[in-house]
Design a binder for this molecule. Sequence first.
Ligand code: ATP
Ligand code: MG
Length: 648
Amino acid sequence: MTTIQVKDEWKADAKLTEDEYRDWYRISVEDPDGFWGEHGKRVDWIKPYTKVKNTSFAPGNVDIRWFEDGTLNVSANCIDRHLAMRGNQTAILWEGDDPADSRAISYRELHGEVCRMANVLLANGVRKGDRVTIYMPMIPEAAVAMLASARIGAVHSVVFGGFSPDALAGRLEGAQSSVLITADEGLRGGRKVPLKKNADRACEIAAAAGQDVRTVLVVRRTGGEVAWQDGRDVWWHEAREEVSADCPPAEMGAEDPLFILYTSGSTGKPKGVLHTSGGYLVYASMTHEYVFDYHEGDIYWCTADVGWVTGHSYIVYGPLANGATTLMFEGVPNYPDASRFWQVVDKHKVNIFYTAPTAIRALMGAGDDKVLSTSRASLRVLGSVGEPINPEAWTWYYRVVGEERCPVVDTWWQTETGGILITPLPGAIALKPGSATLPFFGVQPQLVDNEGAVIEGEGAGNLCITDSWPGQMRTVYGDHERFEQTYFSTYRDKYFTGDGARRDADGYWWITGRVDDVLNVSGHRMGTAEVESALVSHPKVSEAAVVGYPHDLKGQGIYCYVTLMEGENETEELRKELVAHVRNEIGPIASPDKIQFAPGLPKTRSGKIMRRILRKIAEDDFGALGDTSTLADPGVVEDLVEHRQNRK
Ligand code: ATP
Ligand code: MG
C-alpha cells in the first residue's frame, strides 16, 4: 500500500508535529483527567468544573459523565463569546440551491436571530428540558433553531428534511415533542420539498398515537401555499417581530441534554442517541480545530445536512464554538451540474472541505473535466466521512480535486461518538489511501475476536473502544437498557462500535465495514470494503456494494452490485473482466460469484449503502426487507428486485 508522507508545505501550516501528536496522545490516555481538565477550558464555563471524568462501562452500571459539576450554555459558547472579537465576521455563509442565491450572517446577526427564536420558543411555553423537533431545509434558520433551543435549555431533535411524514411522526413520538419547527417548503436540486405539508401529516399521525404537537413554528423559504391551523401554526417572520433581540442564555449543567439524534438506519431501526452539553461541545470544538487544522479566518465547508450528526458537530457546534465561518449549502452536488461543489469552493474561496464517499464516488463517475474546469486554489484540507472510502476514490479526491496539495483526512466516527474518533491530523500524520489512520486524543480503540479475546498488533476483528471520551453519547433517549444492550453487552467493559477493522504493521486503522456485513467464504473472513474497493479500482466502475449469500460449497458466495461510470455499457464481457480483476487484486478466494449491474444502489438518506437490503435481494428474500423507513429512493430497490428476478 502506498504511503503519502507529510509534505513540508503541510508541516508549515500544521498545529502539531507527529511527535507532538504522539506525546499528547500518550498523556491523553495515561492521564485523562489532566488532559481533558486542561482542554475542557477551551469552552467558556459559567461555573468551572472541578471534576473531569467520571465514567463506567461496567455491565448493568454504564454511566458516563464529564465535567459534571461545571455549568455553561452551548449557544453562548457558539455566539456570545465571539461578539467582542469578531461580531462582524461571517458566522454562517449560506449558499442556496440556486447558484445566484447566497447570504452571509455575521456573529452579531446570528446572536439577534437566535435570541429572537429563543424568545419565540419561550413565548410558546417551551421550557428547560422540553424537546423541540426541527424539520428543516438547509437554511440558516435550521442552525438558528438548534442554537435557540440550546439557549433556553430545550433539547433539540433534528429530523432530516427528506424524511417522510411517518418517519417524522415516529421521531416526534419518540422524543415526546410537542413543538415542531419547520419551513413552508424546501428547495433541493431545483425541486420543491413540501415540508409543511409533511409536517401537518406527521402531526396527525403523532396525535393518533397520543403525541400532540401544540406549536408548529414555520419559516418562510419559498413562499409556496401551505395549509394553516390557527392556534397551532406560527409564522416565524411574524413572531420574530413581536419579541426582543436579546435573550439571556440559560445556565445548564454539563450533563444536561443538548440534543437527541437518530442514527442513519443503515443496519436496522434507528436509535435515538442522546448527547449532553459540556463534554460534547469540548469534543466537537477540539476535533474541529485539530482534525481540519482550522486556522482563524479559514472558510470551512462541510457538505452534510444538519439532519445528521456530521451537520450537528461539524456545521454548527464545532465550527461556531471555534468562531469559524461555516458554509451551509442548501443544494445537491449535481445541480445545476456535477461541477457545483467546485464552483462553490471557488465562489467562496473555501479552505477546508468535508464531504462523504458517496458524493466523491458520484462525482468521480461524472468525469474529471467537471473538476478541472474549476480552480480550487483556495483548498487546503479535504475530509471524508460516512463510509469506508475506497482507495481509488481517496486517490481521485487527493489527485484530481486536491491536486496533491491538500492532505485528505478520512474521519471515522458515529452518531454515538459525537465527534471524530479515528483520523489523521493534517501535516502531522502520514496518509494511506483508505485508512482512517490513528486515534484522536483520548480514544482507545481495540480489536477483539468474536469471543472477545483481544487481538494485539497486526490483525483484523471487531472494533471496540475501551474507555470513554467527552463526546460519547450518554444514553438512548428514554431507554437506558437499550443503550447498555446495544453497545456494552457484546464485549464486557467495552464500547462496541458494530464496525470491523484491521490494524496494520504501522498501527494504522482500516475500517472494513459493519461486522454484520463481514463475508465468510470457505472459512475466510473478508470485509465488504475490501472487495468493493477492488471493484471500484477498475476504471469502468464508479461504485460497488458487496454482500454474502448462501452458497452450497463455500458457505457464503460473493454477490456484487456494480454501478458503472457514466457512458459505460453493461456487457457479459465486462462482467468476466470484473471477476478477473477482483481475483487479480485480492486473490481467487475473493472471486465474485455473481455480478449484478445496478444503475443505482439502495442508500440511506444520509447516502450510505444499505447492504442489509442488498443481502435480502441476493438471498431472493424479497418479502422481508426489514426497516426501509430511512431508504432514500425505494424505486432503486424495486429495480434491483425486478432485475434479479428476470435474470433467473
Ligand atoms: P445505524 O446505526 O442506524 O445502522 P449508521 O451506523 O449508518 O446507522 P451513523 O451514525 O450515521 O449511522 O454512521 C456511523 C457509521 O458510518 C459507522 O459505524 C461506520 O460504519 C460508518 N463510517 C462513518 N465514517 C466512516 C469512515 N471514515 N470510514 C468507514 N466507515 C465510516
Ligand atoms: Mg450505526
